[in-house]
Each structure stands twice: as structure tokens, then as C-alpha cells.
Design a protein around this ligand. Structure first.
Ligand SMILES: [Fe+2]
Length: 229
């Protein structure tokens, strides 16, 4: 049986206060949001790439009633996170413009990865519109550097021994944070409107970090609206 990794909670308070333990590394405050987030994305008319939205830009939009409801949610969620000393960022993502490296070397957000921190910290995220972020249970993935064949290829690129220096090389280039799904892996969607708190990799964390990725972007897809902290 798979270790349960996800716990659903019913309030922001519970989302923040529930300890990550017994293998649970993703908490989901499940919500059905009112409001038209698509209208916000449409009226923003962002360029390609990632646009960070500040309050001023949101408030300047001329919106219908449903659009105003959505805007209120966007502002309130940021307020909630700020009240917990977090620094949320609201982004409208119209495709990623970074070049995707080979499967072996890629370290972009659309590659399965864990976030890392030097001190206890979690990542908060919510997709309001567009394709939702995705998660993968720890049992269903392997760190790329632990797949013998891939480690061999990386070692060849490094051009040295499998020693402390090699491990530093992997670490400095974020290669040890990226994962390869196992053949029968079934990723799960973070869905729309739910606010998630997921575990990062930090020294002495009681649970393994939550493996996740930004969804693949397909041509013609609308931009995503994402809150991240
Ligand atoms: Fe991430």
C-alpha cells in the first residue's frame, strides 16, 4: 500500500497549523472559488513568459461583477499568506521561455522536482486558472542522480570520480533535486482553486519533500494564474 502523502484540510488556519508528519508532505485546503479568473487573465493581456502582478495592476482592471469577485479572492489570499510572514507572488504565466535542456540535465520547473531550503520552510501554491500544477508520490519516482544509468552519464559529463566533488557538482547545479517518474507512476493534479502547502527539502525535515512540477505548456493554451510563496 502507498503511504498517504496528501491530507485535505478545511481552513487556512488548519492548512498553516497542521504539522507535516507520518509521511504526509502535501496539505490541501480544498475550495470551490467563486468569480471569473479567466476574465482577469484575459484583461491582463500579458506578454509571453512570466508576469508578476502587483496589487496596483489588479486594481486598475475594469472588471465585471464576477471578475471583481475573483480579484477579491486574489487579494485576500495574498493577505492571508502575508499575515503569516510569507511573501506570496501572484504570477500570470503565458508559457515558459527558458530553453529546455536534455532530459538528463533539465532543471526547469516543468521537470519533476522538489523545492529546497536551508531552514524549515514550505511552499504554498494555488492555481486559479489554466493548467494546474502536478504532484507525484515519493514512492513513484526516483531522483535522477540515483538512477544508475543517468548517474553514469552525469559522471561522464563531470569527468571525474563519484566523490564529494561530484556530489557538490550535482548539488550546485540543482541536479539532485530533480526526479524521474517510475514506469507506472500516476501523478496527481493540484486542481484549481485549492491552496496547497507542500514540504520542501531542508535539513532534518520529518517528511520527504513533495515532488511536483509546473504543467507542460501546449501551444494555444490560455495563460495560467498562479499564487506561489
Ligand atoms: Fe517547485
Amino acid at each position: 500500500m502507498l503511504t498517504p502523502r496528501i491530507k485535505v484540510v478545511g481552513s487556512f488556519e488548519e492548512l498553516v497549523m497542521t504539522p507535516m508528519r507520518d509521511g504526509i508532505n502535501a496539505l490541501c485546503w480544498q475550495r470551490t472559488l467563486e468569480g471569473d479568473f479567466g476574465e482577469i487573465v484575459e484583461k491582463l493581456g500579458v506578454e509571453k513568459g512570466i508576469t508578476s502582478l502587483d496589487e496596483e495592476r489588479l486594481l486598475a482592471l475594469e472588471l465585471s461583477g464576477a471578475g471583481q469577485v475573483a480579484r477579491e479572492v486574489l487579494l485576500q489570499d495574498q493577505e492571508l499568506l502575508r499575515s503569516r510572514e510569507l511573501q506570496p507572488s501572484l504570477d500570470c504565466i503565458n508559457g515558459y521561455v527558458n530553453e529546455i535542456e536534455s532530459e538528463l540535465l533539465r532543471t526547469d520547473v516543468q521537470s519533476w522536482h522538489v523545492d529546497s531550503a536551508t531552514v524549515e520552510a514550505d511552499t504554498y501554491l494555488c492555481t486559479y486558472f489554466g493548467a494546474a500544477s502536478e504532484g507525484l508520490r515519493n514512492e513513484e519516482a526516483m531522483r535522477r542522480v540515483d538512477v544508475p544509468e543517468l548517474r553514469g552519464e552525469l559522471l561522464q559529463l563531470y569527468g571525474g570520480e563519484d566523490d564529494e566533488g561530484f556530489r557538490e557538482f550535482l548539488n550546485e547545479n540543482y541536479l539532485d533535486l530533480h526526479y524521474k517518474p517510475l514506469p507506472d507512476a500516476l501523478p496527481f493534479s493540484f486542481g484549481l482553486g485549492h491552496l496547497w502547502r507542500i514540504a520542501t527539502l531542508y535539513p532534518e525535515s520529518p517528511v520527504p519533500p513533495c515532488i511536483h512540477r509546473a504543467p507542460a505548456t501546449l501551444p494555444g493554451q490560455p495563460p495560467r494564474l498562479l499564487l506561489i510563496s
